[in-house]
Design a protein around this ligand. Structure first.
Ligand SMILES: *Cc1c(COP(=O)(O)O)cnc(C)c1O
Length: 434
């Protein structure tokens, strides 16, 4: 791997910011947009996403590297199209995501398939379209891949997902690289796979993969994981097992809480890769999800009412946990700001949605300029794991999604109609026996 660091310094460009003090996000007037489309509403800045892609791409200059966007972070077709236009591939975890990626114009040869539960049918579907490689997570999956590839009379390209037993120092539910987690296999097990690899007539096992978790804000876990992968790679090469691809996964953290979260810079992250794999000459893959899209998204929501309680004052929004699960699922912090003109006194609120769960809480004891019914708020950094994790819980239709681009907007998912929400359901009319 050439380690030239003569990467052109990226010209500092203003990243579109939705900060509440301005009504504009990527040149689009947010109050007018909320008026036009209604709330709750997911808005994404295309300019901000492009900027993140190009930051990472320029950090990778000189390397034979492909960025494969983790589709689960935001699987909207318009977002995937942005990726395709920027030559970004896809990291998929289901055939549904495969179809989305292909549909958006991401070529199969830039698609990698991860996940512990790929079914034989899913493997067959992905083999059929000729994806770049499978990140294999268990011996049973490796044998399934061999069997399905043999049946199709093709050779599947595969990487073994290593579980490096590294603590990503992130939330337990998004940590994936500890030996207690369900992901990947130990280096000991992977060593046995390679020793037997020639028996796999229809699987070309020549890749390594690692993904230790998400929302990682320190370089140390990356460094440690990559050192372990690099040592294993050297061992394999010496044992006569050529490694043609190393997939370093995703996990780069973003800023959810201004002043507290300090994400690592793309260039520093890539330097860790350059250092750990300095003498590696094969192909590099990266699977960022959150890093590319989280801060490019906001959830626009209105205050339904202010409810004074005995101990707390509740700000009840028209957005809920079904639109954005992260706070209820991971106790995640999202900055929340009013889209307001005049400065107002600060009030402490519990910010909640209408869903009938106490967990439907976006923030507890949060200081906000005083709000009234009808006020527009921004929940920030919702571009990743927001809409893609949404549900219709409480029979709330899926929110609209809008892409913003330099003063213009396009609806990229219309608000779900009631009829769409119940489509497929039917009364138990036709009773059958098996
Ligand atoms: C979720 C996931 C990613 C993306 O993680 P981010 O933290 O969003 O970058 C990458 N690779 C795999 C295998 C994943 O499961």
């Amino acid at each position: 791997m050439p380690t030239q660091t003569s990467s052109r310094p990226a010209a500092p460009q203003p990243v579109p910011q939705a900060n509440g003090t301005s009504h504009y996000f990527d040149g689009v007037d947010l109050p007018a947009l909320a008026q036009r489309i209604g709330t709750p509403l997911h808005a994404y800045s295309a300019s901000a996403i492009r900027q993140r892609i190009s930051e990472l791409q320029s950090a990778l200059a000189g390397l034979d590297a492909t960025i494969c966007f983790a589709v689960k972070a935001n699987s909207n077709l318009a977002i995937l199209q942005l990726m395709a236009q920027a030559s970004v591939g896809a990291d998929i975890v289901s055939v549904g995501e495969l179809r989305r990626a292909l549909n958006a114009g991401i070529p199969a040869e830039r698609i990698v398939f991860s996940g512990v539960g790929k079914s034989a049918d899913e493997i067959a579907g992905a083999l059929n379209v000729g994806i770049m490689r499978f990140n294999v997570e268990s011996l049973d999956e490796l044998h399934t891949l061999q069997r399905v590839a043999k049946a199709q009379d093709v050779t599947a390209r595969a990487a073994v997902r290593i579980n490096p037993d590294v603590d990503a120092q992130t939330h337990a539910k998004i940590s994936t690289g500890k030996s207690e987690n369900k992901f990947g296999v130990s280096i000991d097990e992977a060593r046995r796979w390679f020793a037997e690899r020639k028996r796999l007539g229809h699987v070309q096992l020549d890749g390594l993969h690692v993904h230790i978790g998400s929302q990682i804000l320190s370089l140390d876990p990356f460094r440690l994981a990559l050192q372990r992968v690099a040592a294993f790679w050297r061992e394999l090469e010496q044992a006569g097992h050529p490694i043609n691809s190393i997939d370093v996964g995703g996990g780069l953290g973003v800023c959810y809480r201004a002043g507290t979260d300090h994400p690592v810079a793309a260039a520093d992250y890539v330097n860790v890769i350059r250092d750990a794999l300095a003498d590696y000459r094969g192909k590099l893959l990266l699977e960022p999800g959150r890093y590319l899209v989280a801060e490019a998204g906001v959830l626009l929501t209105r205050v339904l009412r202010v409810k004074p309680g005995v101990e707390r004052t509740f700000l009840v929004l028209d957005a809920a946990m079904n639109d954005l699960q992260r706070p209820s699922l991971y106790d995640a912090w999202h900055d929340i700001v009013p889209v307001a003109d005049a400065p107002r006194p600060l009030v402490t609120y519990d910010i909640v949605g209408p869903v009938c769960e106490t967990g439907d809480t976006f923030a507890r004891a949060r200081e906000l300029p005083e709000c009234a019914a009808g006020d527009l708020l921004l929940i920030k950094a919702t571009g990743a794991y927001g809409a893609s994790m949404a549900s219709t819980y409480n029979s709330r239709p899926l929110a609209a999604e809008v892409l913003l681009n330099q003063g213009r907007y396009a609806v990229v998912r219309r608000r779900q109609h009631f009829e769409e929400m119940i489509a497929g359901e039917q009364p138990a009319r036709n009773w059958e026996t098996t």
